[in-house]
Design a protein around this ligand. Structure first.
Ligand code: ZN
Length: 336
């Protein structure tokens, strides 16, 4: 029997409270989250969460109490702040929700819910990202089925036999209906990336994806796939892989292919994906790539800072930041 089973038992609760207080109010003065009044004062503490300071709004007609977590993603949680901080940290180290449940000592469903809330919060940094300059693009087809989609639990009503030893890859292009949706990566030579999960890889989809991800007039390097060749609005060059041409002068897409060599092991951790969760996973990986210069602790702080914003928190709980576009027809991340 180990003396200490969980790392969060070493964290100081008061220090965590002070940290969360600083994160929430660092760029704005302490104010009432309901009527936005600055006329507030301390008002005791709570029994169920030691260390959590309670405040009372002194404005006329409000007089309600609140704390540092009111309206945020962490509001109403029965678990302590050390649990949340450690969960966010582990998520940035690309742990699965089952792994986090084990390391934290919480139920698997709790950590699954937290993980998706936190991933959706992280994606809020990525919604308006558009690349410029020289951009490389490449596509990948990833197997994604109906994992966890059974409504009543037990055997899944899929309308087909279970695959047992996973889906075998057929040659040719994948498609959403064939359980192999496409993932398109746009990699700027300046370092930023945009990754999109799409239903198919037609000219129309690629054009829409390019319009969203890359600024018009940028230089685009791709392979010789016909969908890329039809894309308009960019200075476009391509290398012909069928003729064993992988680079022509400055024109190559090795960064995009390298990105997939990082994305594949990241996704493998989850041991199979559902296709409606694919945009969420891909979006979070995009966030991790775009803040890769920072360590996991700083990345976790970015996520927590967004989670403590009531507007972002309520949208993240509903999964609104994950790209859900009609032409992609990918289902939104469904939580609860
Ligand atoms: Zn008030």
């Amino acid at each position: 029997m180990a003396v200490l089973s969980y790392l969060h038992q070493l964290l100081n609760v008061d220090q965590c409270q002070a940290y969360i207080h600083t994160l929430r109010w660092q760029d704005r003065p302490l104010q009432c989250p309901r009527c936005q009044s600055y006329h507030v004062g301390p008002w005791g503490t709570y029994h169920y969460q030691p260390g959590l300071q309670r405040y009372r709004c002194k404005a006329k007609g409000c007089k309600r109490t609140f704390n540092d977590l009111t309206g945020t993603l962490l509001d109403g949680s029965k678990r302590s702040l050390p649990h949340w901080i450690l969960a966010t940290f582990l998520l940035c180290l690309s742990c699965s929700s089952r792994r986090i449940a084990r390391e934290l000592g919480v139920h698997g469903r709790t950590s699954y819910r937290w993980c998706w809330w936190l991933r959706n919060t992280a994606v809020s940094y990525e919604t308006d990202r558009q690349l410029e300059g020289t951009v490389e693009a490449d596509e990948l087809y990833h197997i994604a089925g109906h994992k966890g989609q059974a409504r009543q639990g037990g055997p899944k009503l899929l309308g087909r036999r279970p695959r047992c030893r996973r889906k075998q890859c057929e040659p040719g292009r994948g498609h959403y209906d064939k359980d192999r949706p496409a993932i398109i990566a746009w990699v700027s030579r300046q370092g930023a990336v945009v990754i999109q999960a799409t239903k198919d890889f037609t000219v129309k989809t690629v054009q829409k994806a390019a319009d969203l991800a890359v600024q018009a007039g940028s230089r685009l390097y791709t392979d010789s796939a016909s969908s890329y060749r039809a894309v308009k609005g960019y200075m476009h060059e391509f290398v012909n892989h069928t003729k064993k041409e992988y680079a022509r002068g400055d024109g190559h897409e090795n960064r995009a292919e390298c990105l997939f060599s990082l994305l594949k092991p990241y996704l493998r951790v989850f041991r199979g994906l559902s296709k409606c969760n694919l945009p969420g996973y891909v979006g979070f990986f995009q966030f991790l790539r775009n803040v890769r210069q920072q360590n996991a602790c700083e990345q976790a702080e970015l996520i927590l800072r967004a989670a403590l914003d009531p507007v972002i928190a309520s949208r993240a709980r509903r999964g609104e930041f994950v790209r859900c576009l009609d032409h992609f027809d990918l289902l939104q991340t469904a939580i609860n």
